[in-house]
Design a protein around this ligand. Structure first.
Ligand code: ADP
Ligand code: MG
Length: 686
């Protein structure tokens, strides 16, 4: 009998080898896998005619083999080419390292081939298509097939098989949500919903299942948030401050004038810090609006008052960048910061040294990643905690510090364009400062959405920008081959790019699986201009600031959420030079082009989010989720905004009626929550 916390190794069919693959995806237990939701679904549509195919789409065609397959060999590969036709046209298929197929495909035989449609000159092509007998295909035709995030060596089918095995021998706990809540939210029970999300019958029931799981996620999250909520307005300011000359001097010395929005935000923060109550404030401003300097000012005021401040970033790369910038400004402007850096890649010895400096108060500014700041650190008059790119964390820093008996002022920064009503639900009772304007003198980024044929031109363009002293980013969806079927990967792409660009151009790559120290070194080299082109995954999506970079090129742009693409684009256009963004789409379907067109048309995050939502519609099973926003696994604060509001009201109601969840009908609910259940929100750091 499997239990939620059984190791995946106990599941029949999963051995040491596949266990390693699951672990790569962060899956260790049976419960982890059951709550590893598909990132989307695919429908096995009925076969098309060849002339109806659209490059980039995944499609099936029924066709007849017209000639014996031809085989050839390179040093690494054996390549088999099969030509086929229907009454509307011709198509070619290539298979790698499957020479035995030459015996199978005989002229005159009919198969259904399914794969990504490509073009080669005037004709259509599929590489490594799946193939079926027409009867076989008929059986699966019209079915919804889940797609999971994979890693090389692990397939969708393998995951489904493991889930099937688990289901055969799993005893589910009784439904933990009270009946009246299920009814009010109009959602099914847990067990069938979980099954349906992995093995959907049809779209409608899958949407309902999704609704249940989203509700569950929001509900647990909000209930915990409310339970821990210390009404910020009622917490007295334990760290009252006065304005000192430091911040005024800093502002005057900067090479630019603060924008209206920055001034306003800074004034609101100052008032909070001087006022009678503890600050709990969000600075919301689009990418590039200049939130960092406002945070630095708040931190400077804090240390000038003799207190300690902390700045947390979601990635080590970003923490290091902040640290370097603070150090530079300390030197340049003689600021009163005594900063230390605290990140995972440091040795135990280095960390210990930092802990001592923090505990003694020798350091007055701690910059680091989220996890480390929470760890064994003892602070010395910690008066302000700033969290950069808040939406990546989950939302509960305040509670974390409160749990340590600390009550610092809290300032969170986010570029996520969420409406005020949602922000209030997600963050609790916080104040919001909105930076609406961009620094003056910025040229709007020039965008283009193109297909892969444009690559040679794009490379020429990049080479040209580099010869003018600028730098470029190229983003690929995956780290190495095979995680996402045929998407571009960072490692091979860097190699390709080195061959395509002039010798003198220095190309390096960066991805999340590299050792932190290596990541930091590459980022530093890029900032120092020792690297011209950085090929990277989305690890650089948040916060990175290298104003000299003027080109952002995104491969397989169709695979990213619009919010994410907007964040990526925000890495350029940070200086005075004209910047460019090239979105390369491998899929030319109408929907994709429409989506990417939104980015092309606007550089405004709020506009993009709302247009994106219009296109996706609420609860879209096939749409692309925004990445990692608020660390929800399945809930999408934009698309599920209505459900989020409803859940919030229901949670308020529940707490009003039964604050301790002591009524007998809430017993299972209470037990479920206190178990720290697998399905509670995952506050991971990235
Ligand atoms: P974000 O809001 O995305 O975090 P940053 O704080 O990183 O943006 O700022 C982006 C760039 O703009 C930085 O290079 C910063 O020095 C610069 N900057 C910030 N404020 C201004 C301003 N008022 N005028 C000109 N440049 C500014
Ligand atoms: Mg930033």
């Amino acid at each position: 009998m499997y239990k939620s916390d059984s190791s995946l190794l106990e599941v029949k069919g999963i051995g040491e080898k596949s266990l390693k693959l699951y672990q790569k995806l962060g899956l260790f237990t049976v419960g982890d896998l059951m709550h590893y939701y598909p990132k989307g679904y695919e429908r096995f549509e009925g076969p098309k005619k060849i002339k109806e195919l659209i490059p980039g789409e995944t499609a099936a065609v029924t066709c007849r083999i017209v000639s014996s397959p031809s085989a050839r060999k390179t040093s690494r590969l054996s390549i088999l080419t099969v030509n086929a036709a229907d009454d509307t046209g011709m198509i070619g298929f290539t298979f790698f390292n499957m020479p035995f197929l030459s015996k199978l495909f005989k002229p005159g035989m009919v198969f259904v081939f399914r794969g990504t449609v490509q073009t080669k000159g005037p004709s259509f092509l599929m590489e490594q298509p799946k193939f079926y007998s027409p009867d076989e295909y008929q059986k699966i035709s019209g079915m919804l097939m889940p797609r999971y995030s994979l890693t090389k060596g692990l397939t969708n089918q393998a995951i489904q098989k493991a889930l099937k095995t688990i289901w055969k021998d799993y005893s589910f706990e009784e439904e933990w949500l009270p009946e009246d809540l299920l009814q009010e939210a109009a959602i099914p029970e847990a067990e069938p919903a979980l099954y349906e999300i992995h093995f959907p019958q049809e779209e409608e029931s899958a949407l309902l299942a999704r609704r249940r799981l989203v509700f569950e996620e929001f509900f647990t999250f909000l209930l915990q948030l409310r339970k821990n909520k210390d009404d910020a307005a009622t917490i007295p300011n334990e760290w009252p401050m006065i304005e000192t000359a430091d911040t005024v001097r800093y502002v005057d010395a900067l090479p630019f004038r603060l924008t209206k929005g920055q001034k306003q935000a800074w004034q609101e923060i100052r008032q909070d810090l001087e006022g009678p109550q503890c600050m709990n404030r969000l600075i919301q401003g689009d990418v590039g609006s200049g939130k960092t300097i406002v945070a630095f000012l708040a931190l400077l005021m804090t240390v000038a008052n003799g207190y300690q401040g902390a700045l947390m970033a979601p990635t080590e790369v970003l923490a290091v960048q902040h640290f370097e910038n603070v150090k530079k400004d300390v030197e340049k402007y003689g600021l009163a910061f005594k900063p230390v850096l605290l990140v995972g890649s440091m040795t135990a010895k280095e960390k210990k040294l930092q802990y001592e400096k923090i505990a003694s108060g020798e350091a007055n500014l701690i910059i680091g990643t989220h996890a480390l700041i929470q760890e064994k650190v003892t602070y010395h008059k910690l008066a302000l905690v700033v969290t950069d790119e808040q939406h990546r964390f989950g939302v509960r820093q305040r509670e974390t510090f409160a749990g340590k008996g600390l009550q610092p002022h809290v300032l969170v920064m986010s570029a996520t364009p969420i409406p005020r009503t949602l922000a209030i639900i997600l963050y609790g009772d916080l104040q919001i400062s909105l930076i609406k304007d961009m620094p003056v003198g910025r040229l709007p980024i020039k965008n283009c959405v193109v297909n892969t044929h444009f690559r040679p031109k794009a490379y020429e363009f990049i080479a040209n920008q580099i010869s003018q002293g600028h730098q470029a980013y190229v983003i690929c969806p995956q780290v190495e081959e095979g995680e996402l079927d045929d998407a571009e990967n960072v490692v091979d792409y860097a190699e390709k790019l080195r061959a395509a660009l002039p010798h003198s151009v220095v190309v390096e790559y960066l991805h999340g699986k590299m050792k932190p120290a290596d990541k930091n070194r590459i980022m530093e080299d890029f900032a120092l201009k020792n690297i011209d082109v950085l090929v990277s995954t989305t690890v650089i999506e948040v916060g990175i600031n290298v104003p000299n970079a003027t080109v952002m090129m995104v491969e397989n742009a169709e695979r990213f959420g619009l919010a994410q693409l907007h964040q990526l684009r925000g890495r350029v256009g940070r200086g005075e030079a004209q910047s460019y963004c090239i979105f390369i789409s491998t899929n030319e379907s109408k929907e994709t082009m429409k989506r990417l067109e939104i980015l092309n048309a606007s550089n405004d995050g709020f506009f993009i989010a709302s247009e994106d939502l219009k296109l996706r519609g609420p609860g879209d099973l096939f749409g692309i989720r925004q990445s990692g926003e608020f660390a929800f696994r399945i809930g999408d604060v934009y698309a599920d905004a209505e459900l989020l509001k409803l859940t919030s009201e229901m949670v308020d109601d529940l707490i009003k009626k039964d604050p301790g969840l002591d009524h007998p009908e809430h017993a299972r609910l209470k037990a479920h929550l206190s178990l720290g259940n697998a399905n509670s929100v995952d506050f991971r750091t990235i």
